[in-house]
Design a binder for this molecule. Structure first.
Ligand code: FAD
Length: 412
């Protein structure tokens, strides 16, 4: 028997691919290989800020029950994962804070007690108590608190998911770049790698912003990578007991969310910036690593966060680390999961829309269910990877469609 013959190959060990691989072995698929050009959690997942909460309450008007169901699934999934792995998991909720009445319209929609029953409205004089003394909220307009939300280290979480997969008998192939698909006619039967071919009955491409490179022009996945960055201070003894914070009303165009959270005694902060280099990768090849992304976006975040340094002096520091990633957005801001009709044997899980840490566990379970022919545990029809037909054939097409649709809060 050819030892490089598997049941399923998953290409890309980020939050989406690692989770798909894990749920495949949990579903009883015996021979699953998870291949990464670097290693688990080394791509955009490494840069994730680590917010995991019931976003479907207000993040995007097009989202529905399917997104909410995977969000609650993911919270339970990570709570369980944290019992076996150090992922800096914390069940301290998310607080959405409006700078002024204008910003409140971006925050108010998160208070939806139909979908998030424990959501609470918080008045300015209550913010200090909700943040356990961390933030004087008297100058803000109002806030929404979601106690059921959690936070974690995104890179550690992706690596822990891959480790669980390996513990259950899955095979992780790190530092094995996939260079193309192997096909017989239209059917995909494996992948070429820099270290020899791998064959499988089914191939799942979960390469994040590299997915279209991996697909090699064979098929265009309608998603566009948009740059996003986070910063982390040096250790400042920041207390670990306050909710992860999202501030509305601070970006140059007023619509982005500026996040701040505690991360191992440091501050982890960032914001979706509206300008360059957000669109740096739309018309350019995806670099092997994101280290060389220009820092213009960081300066935008710095400008925005200057207005908060009197409340959180740590944000004024000149000593910080930067990590960039490139979440992939789809024209309708919903994921892309399932088989590709034109290519038997080929599946995708992508279109993270900037929330792949949050949705990764649930999307991976759905992907595994589709690959194994089981009924998905949530309604996966909104994520049908073929739903756009051949409408989009370049990143720029998707970017233009997205820009036409974009309202406030849709940068990421
Ligand atoms: C600054 C920032 C903050 C964020 N904050 C949050 C947050 O708070 N909550 C949230 O839910 N989401 C957040 N996100 C989004 C989240 O990080 C992404 O949605 C998620 O990481 C995407 O995961 P992925 O598996 O699709 O991609 P990736 O993590 O990029 O994984 C793709 C993998 O494919 C591998 N690969 C690429 N090419 C090849 C090849 N040729 N051969 C083999 N392997 C290959 C890569 O090495 C990589 O490991 C944030 C993102 C950023 C950048």
């Amino acid at each position: 028997m050819n030892t490089d013959q598997s049941d399923v190959i998953v290409v890309g060990a980020g939050a989406l691919g690692a989770s798909t691989a894990l749920h495949l072995v949990k579903a009883g698929v015996e021979n699953v290989v998870l291949v990464d050009k670097d290693g688990p959690g080394s791509g955009t997942s490494k840069a994730g800020a680590g917010f995991v909460g019931p976003l479907a309450a207000g993040w995007d008007a097009g989202w529905g029950r399917s997104e909410l169901d995977v969000e609650y699934f993911s919270i339970d999934f990570y709570s369980d994962l944290a019992t076996r792995h150090d992922i800096d998991f914390r069940h301290s909720g998310h607080l959405y804070i409006a700078r002024d009445a204008d910003a409140w319209k971006h925050v108010a929609k998160f208070h939806d007690t139909d979908t998030v029953p424990d959501s609470q409205l918080v008045e300015p004089d209550e913010i200090r108590a909700v943040t356990k003394g961390f933030l004087d909220g008297s100058s803000f307009h109002r806030a929404v608190f979601q106690p059921s939300a959690v936070q974690l280290s995104a890179g550690k979480a992706a690596r822990a998911i891959a480790a669980e997969f390996a513990t259950l008998g899955g095979r992780v192939e790190s530092r094995r770049p996939v260079t193309g698909l192997i096909k017989i006619g239209n059917a995909v039967t494996g992948v070429e790698t820099e270290h020899g071919p791998l064959y499988a009955d089914k191939v799942v491409v979960a390469g994040g912003s590299w997915s279209n490179t991996i697909l090699g022009g064979d098929y265009f996945l309608p998603q566009v990578p948009l740059v996003l960055s986070r910063m982390i201070t040096e250790p400042l003894n920041v207390p670990a007991n306050f909710p992860a914070l999202n501030f509305a009303g601070y970006s140059d165009d007023g619509s982005g969310l500026l996040w701040v959270r505690e991360d191992c005694g440091r501050l982890n902060w960032g914001m979706s910036y509206p300008d360059y280099p957000r669109d740096d990768l739309v018309d350019n090849p995806i670099p092997d690593r994101f280290d060389d992304i220009r820092l213009d976006g960081i300066f935008q975040v710095r400008r925005a966060s200057q207005s908060l340094t009197h409340l959180m002096p740590g944000l004024a520091t000149d000593k910080f680390w930067v990590a960039h990633g490139a979440p992939c957005l789809t024209p309708d801001r919903r994921a892309l999961i399932g088989p590709i009709d034109e290519r038997p044997g080929l599946y995708v899980v992508g279109g993270c829309n900037g929330v792949g840490i949050q949705h990764g566990p649930g999307w991976g379970k759905v992907a595994a269910e589709i690959v194994t022919g089981a009924t998905p545990f949530v309604d996966a029809r909104p994520w049908n990877a073929n739903r756009f037909g051949g409408l989009y054939s370049t990143n720029r097409d998707v970017f233009l469609a997205l820009s036409a649709r974009s309202g406030p809060m849709t940068h990421v």
